[in-house]
Ligand binder design. Structure first.
Ligand SMILES: Cc1cc2nc3c(=O)[nH]c(=O)nc-3n(C[C@H](O)[C@H](O)[C@H](O)COP(=O)(O)O)c2cc1C
Ligand code: SF4
Ligand code: SF4
Length: 263
């Protein structure tokens, strides 16, 4: 089979998912249509055709894909379009996220070629998988892309594409409760440069005064604002955050999980 067009699509507040998806795509072609839905989940996305390939990446939130991107995923339209779903998780576990993403894509009319789970620096701090995906991870991402190309070129029709088995459970793990209202605080060292407001996927950092969160009930705790601040002035201080971060550091800062590929 030949592919006439390659597209990428991702949600990636702290850019680890972007890095993995871009690396996979770089092996295919330089001419790639990119849909980055991090800041805008309503961007226009063209319908996908049979001779196209979509590489799609999502971070793992609570063992699932982030709930805020589900409406965007449901709107995708494909006609037997080849697809490579990828999840990126913070060295704890990806649980049902890859299965959930793959199920959503199949419901939209995509045909799964291969799938993968990679590790990215945890949103809650560089103590957990700091610097990942690293060079080794990105080399594995390139090998994964090459093996996926080989699989596509060996299959003469879509029906001959060997089905893969993706780990996870039905029903999926229960989503984390949505009514947990905490968000970042701003220290006095903030110089109002505005960088944090430009990366907030929920648009809840005040346009006129970046020290203010306009609606904390919408915060998804992605930590894009925290990680983007050159002054280290955006910080998470809630008891729940500190407890969870402590748990992650105790249990997942000494182990280095490896990417898992399903081809
Ligand atoms: C709300 C939230 C929930 C998360 N849940 C998990 C999880 O269940 N397992 C895990 O290993 N990492 C988890 N992470 C860490 C992210 O999956 C990881 O840092 C990922 O690389 C972030 O992707 P991004 O850089 O594209 O934003 C979570 C992060 C956030 C913000
Ligand atoms: S990025 Fe940091 S210094 Fe800049 S406005 Fe935001 S909190 Fe303030
Ligand atoms: S305010 Fe909340 S949603 Fe916005 S970037 Fe910061 S952590 Fe993410």
């Amino acid at each position: 089979m030949q592919m006439k067009k390659i597209s990428t699509l991702y949600f990636s507040p702290t850019n680890t998912t972007k890095s993995v998806v871009d690396t996979i795509a770089s092996v295919y072609s330089n001419n790639i249509t990119n849909y980055n839905i991090t800041l805008d989940r309503n961007i226009e996305i063209n319908d996908f055709k049979e001779d196209e390939l979509l590489i799609i990446g999502m971070p793992v939130y609570g063992g699932r894909i982030p709930s805020i991107i589900k409406d965007t995923l449901k709107k995708l339209k494909a006609q037997n379009t080849l697809c490579i779903p990828v999840v990126v998780y913070g060295n704890r576990a990806f649980e049902d996220a890859l299965l959930e993403l793959s199920d959503c894509l199949e419901e939209c009319g995509f045909k799964i070629v291969s799938a993968a789970a990679f590790i990215g620096e945890h949103s809650y701090g560089a103590e957990i998988a700091g610097g990942r995906p690293n060079d080794d991870d990105l080399n594995i991402a390139k090998e994964f892309a090459l093996k996926s190309i080989e699989k596509i070129s060996k299959a003469d029709t879509i029906d001959n594409l060997e089905k893969i088995s993706i780990p996870g459970n039905h029903p999926y793990k229960e989503s984390a409760p949505s009514a947990v209202y905490w968000g970042p605080q701003t220290l006095d060292t903030c110089n109002d440069c505005g960088l944090c407001k430009d990366v907030c996927p929920m648009g809840i950092i005040d346009k006129e005064n970046s020290k203010l969160i306009t609606d904390v009930t919408k915060c998804i705790h992605c930590c894009a604002c925290v990680k983007s601040c050159p002054q280290n002035a955006k910080v998470m201080t809630s008891e729940m955050y500190n407890k969870f971060r402590g748990f992650l550091i105790s249990n997942y800062s000494q182990v280095q999980k490896q990417p898992e590929l399903f081809i």
